[in-house]
Design a protein around this ligand. Structure first.
Ligand SMILES: [Fe+2]
Ligand SMILES: [Fe+2]
Length: 171
């Protein structure tokens, strides 16, 4: 028997992707508007970005893609692993062939960080197997490359070389 995703489930996935992108695009546009001195336009972009997030989350929930944390961690490990093992290495290779250094950098740092994320999510899976939450740690993220570090920010980012001040704590 051929099973086929209903068109609406497919549309929910598509719309989730589109709304998620619109959210980040509008936040970036908002920052640009601020730099150009258009503070009210910046606010409008932020308002629309918030609304797009609500749409994205509605689509995701109704599409049945939010499961138990155990299942969600497994989804996260698979996604991160695909990205650092298959997707990004291929993208880096192509960027190098095309001599697009910035794209190559962007893919390379993302790939390295996704590997770190996969490791953290695996650690969380292990904790949940023992019916425990993760130990209480702090997380610091590099504003330049997204490097994600436990406990304390490093003197310099091991992935992009940014100084400690570029790290912010996630609460
Ligand atoms: Fe990641
Ligand atoms: Fe970094």
């Amino acid at each position: 028997m051929v099973t086929r995703m209903s068109k609406s489930i497919e549309n929910l996935k598509e719309a989730f992707a589109g709304e998620s992108q619109a959210n980040r695009r509008y936040l970036a546009f908002s920052q640009k508007a601020e730099k150009e001195g258009y503070m009210q336009v910046a606010k409008l972009f932020r308002a629309a970005a918030e609304a797009e997030t609500i749409h994205a989350l509605n689509h995701l929930k109704i599409g049945g893609e939010i499961k138990t944390t155990t299942e969600n961690l497994s989804t996260a490990v698979s996604g991160e692993t695909f990205e650092f093992k298959e997707m990004y290495p291929q993208y880096v290779k192509t960027a190098r062939q095309e001599e697009n250094k910035q794209a190559s950098w962007s893919f390379d740092v993302a790939s390295k960080v996704e590997k770190i994320h996969a490791g953290f999510f695996k650690k969380a899976e292990e904790a949940l197997k023992k019916n425990k939450d993760l130990n209480d740690v702090s997380y610091y993220v590099c504003k330049v490359c997204g490097n994600t570090v436990e406990n304390a920010p490093p003197e310099t980012c091991s992935i992009c070389g940014a100084p400690k001040r570029e790290f912010f704590e996630v609460t």
